[in-house]
Design a protein around this ligand. Structure first.
Ligand SMILES: Cc1cc2nc3c(=O)[nH]c(=O)nc-3n(C[C@H](O)[C@H](O)[C@H](O)COP(=O)(O)OP(=O)(O)OC[C@H]3O[C@@H](n4cnc5c(N)ncnc54)[C@H](O)[C@@H]3O)c2cc1C
Length: 292
């Protein structure tokens, strides 16, 4: 049954310091709301357990996309449409721009935020594999100050993360160093649009003289939260892309992933598709000839 609006309080201070003061004043009492595309679905289904909501809209710092000499810093309340329209994101971080184009419909993309996608923490979140492959860092803010954590250490369990009740996800930092990397992202869903990932795989990789010198592999829907595949990376690092390397990487991936059966797919299908996507990635690396 739909929620009852009279049972919820919503404030929109429009200033970051006021939001942080509120979060600190009564730890756990206030829930941030950004685009609301997760929280309003919960409200409509009558399962929004957040009597007091503090809106993050109208705070320019939180929505800014800043291009620095060595990084792109994306405010947590930047929407997916903001990301799709940003020239540098499109040119230098194409995996993120592509993931943004997969989120729901244009209507969703105009409200749904990058920060909301990460804090919600769905194992199938579309933006996560790209951010993991780009080695993103998360900047967190509270009245106590700021801290940064690698995105690969942000999620701690199914829909759990390192944020304390008085903290906000402030920004996502992405290094500008992937021009020469091979970049890969595939999402497998029921349809091409308006579908949640059954499996997704992302990678950035760099080689010299035919040997893999750098690789970051990340997956969605293969564990309780979006994850880097460090074991599979280890099987590839320092190796030439041969049939033997591909086979040992495939074994490492199958040992590492922990998919489940759910309404969208089966664990067995997810494992097979993930291994096939890895083969596809390695094939494309061989075709590229590593001369970039
Ligand atoms: C029809 C539909 C289709 C969708 N399709 C997709 C899809 O294809 N792929 C996909 O990945 N997702 C999809 N989603 C999910 C959703 O749109 C995304 O997860 C979105 O990015 C959430 O962002 P938001 O700003 O709307 O979050 P909100 O609903 O505002 O918040 C979500 C959670 O994040 C917290 N939060 C938000 N911002 C912050 C912050 N800065 N600091 C701390 N906590 C914060 C909130 O407290 C809440 O717990 C879909 C949703 C709908 C309704």
């Amino acid at each position: 049954m739909r929620g009852d609006a009279s049972k919820h309080e919503l404030v929109a201070p429009g200033r970051l310091d006021a939001v942080l003061d509120l979060l600190a004043s009564e730890p756990g009492a206030w829930t941030p709301i950004a685009g609301g595309t997760e929280l309003m679905v919960a409200f409509c289904a009558g399962r929004l357990d957040a009597p007091r909501l503090v809106s993050l809209t109208g705070i320019p710092d939180l929505r800014a996309i800043e291009v620095r000499p060595h990084s792109v810093v994306i405010g947590s309340a930047a929407t997916f449409l903001d990301l799709r329209r940003h020239t540098i994101v499109g040119a230098e971080l194409p995996l993120l721009a592509r993931a943004a184009s997969w989120i729901g419909s244009i209507a969703n993309q105009s409200r749904a935020t990058l920060g909301g996608n990460l804090v919600n923490g769905s194992p199938a979140a579309d933006s996560s594999p790209a951010l993991l492959a780009y080695d993103a860092e998360i900047e967190i803010i509270s009245v106590r100050g700021r801290r940064r954590v690698p995105y690969s250490a942000f999620h701690t369990g199914y829909k759990r993360n390192v944020l304390s009740t008085d903290e906000l996800l402030y920004a996502i930092h992405l290094p500008r160093r992937f021009e020469r990397h091979v970049q890969y992202l595939r999402k497998v869903g029921t349809r091409r649009a308006m579908a949640i990932a059954k499996v997704a795989l992302a990678a950035t990789a760099l080689a010299e003289d035919g040997v893999i010198r750098e690789i970051r592999l990340a997956a969605a829907s293969l564990a309780p939260f979006p994850t880097r595949l460090f074991g599979t990376e280890a099987a590839l690092l320092g190796q030439a892309v041969t049939r033997e390397t591909a086979q040992s990487a495939r074994r490492a991936l199958l040992a590492e992933v922990k998919p489940i059966d759910d309404i969208r797919s089966t664990a067995e299908y997810r494992r097979r598709v993930a291994a096939n996507l890895l083969d596809e990635l390695l094939l494309s690396l061989r075709r590229e000839g590593w001369q970039r």
